[in-house]
Write a protein that binds this ligand. Structure first.
Ligand code: SF4
Length: 288
């Protein structure tokens, strides 16, 4: 009997401690949320003159998604004149924390100059007309004026500090030179390119006039031997060189290589391959 009473007492003690512990944890999380998770309004320094109201607004847009597009400043001034005043302006929609300068119009200066302002309450409301969401910040008149006067951070500084409006840059596309060739088939050799430097096409370019290039007006260009041919980094494995001169070029999975013992006597064909390479990585030196 006494053993079961002790066991029940221990169980009760454990349960009570568990409940107290969970309660304290919940309070702690609530306090953390209050201190660090609340929407925040920061008054900023305007870089323009006039009726500009510069401010930053940070909130948890993942938790409270909203298309923020309006700023409203209200004055509740029961002991002064006017007793109530309000200025409101829409701005470009913001879906994440932001900093902005808004021209509130002449009413903003009149609001700040209201009689009895020091006893008034100022309410700044940041809202979304589309989503019906509004965040309100109330403060006494003197505090509002003090914050406006003491603001020394600009919108640019605020945005940089919180990494706002950082545009993602994408890698530039590969720059492949635009080349103009006429593809044709050389009998017995498969597809090839119709170049003025290739003697195979000499007859077609001869007499072609100004459009035929340097070789157009004269006889076929004399062939030459090559001392060395090589591939520089950057091959995009397009196969053009191997299609033209497979005895010299071999295209592998990720680059092109020069075949061991490749013939080097047909310089014009190597030149044609080099000119056909879209990324110009085929290099060669002529034999002297
Ligand atoms: S033509 Fe140029 S890019 Fe194409 S496979 Fe040959 S070396 Fe590579």
């Amino acid at each position: 009997m006494s053993t079961s009473i002790i066991a029940m007492g221990v169980a009760g003690f454990v349960v009570i401690n568990l409940v107290i512990g969970l309660g304290l944890l919940s309070l702690g999380l609530g306090a953390f949320e209050t201190l660090f998770g609340k929407p925040k309004l920061t008054l900023l320094r305007s870089t323009k003159s006039g009726n500009i109201f510069a401010f930053g607004f940070r909130w948890n847009s993942a938790k409270e998604p909203a298309a923020i597009d309006t700023i409203r400043i209200r004055l509740f001034n029961p002991f002064g004149s006017p007793t109530q005043s309000e200025v409101m302006k829409p701005f470009e929609v913001k879906k994440n924390s932001f900093g902005i300068e808004v021209d509130m119009g002449p009413g903003f200066i009149e609001l700040l100059g209201a009689k009895g302002f020091d006893n008034a309450i100022v309410q700044v409301e940041v809202s979304s007309t589309k989503d019906g969401v509004a965040f309100q910040f109330d403060m006494r008149g003197p505090k509002f004026k003090k914050l406006v006067a003491a603001a020394d951070e600009t919108v640019q500084g605020f945005s940089a500090k919180y990494k706002l409006d950082v545009k993602k840059t994408s890698k530039p596309p590969i720059d492949i030179p635009i080349r103009s060739f006429i593809a044709d088939t050389v009998p017995g050799h498969g597809p090839s390119l119709k170049l003025a430097t290739n003697p195979v096409f000499a007859g077609e370019f001869a007499g072609a006039g100004a459009t035929g290039g340097a070789a157009a007006a004269g006889p076929a260009v004399e062939n030459f031997a090559v001392l060395k041919v090589w591939i520089e980094p950057g091959c995009i494995v397009c196969n053009a060189c191997e299609d033209i001169y497979k005895e010299v070029f071999e295209v592998l999975a990720d680059t092109c290589i020069i075949r061991p013992g490749a013939p080097l006597h047909d310089g014009l064909k190597i030149q044609e391959s080099a000119e056909a390479c879209p990324v110009e990585v085929i290099k060669y030196t002529k034999a002297s």
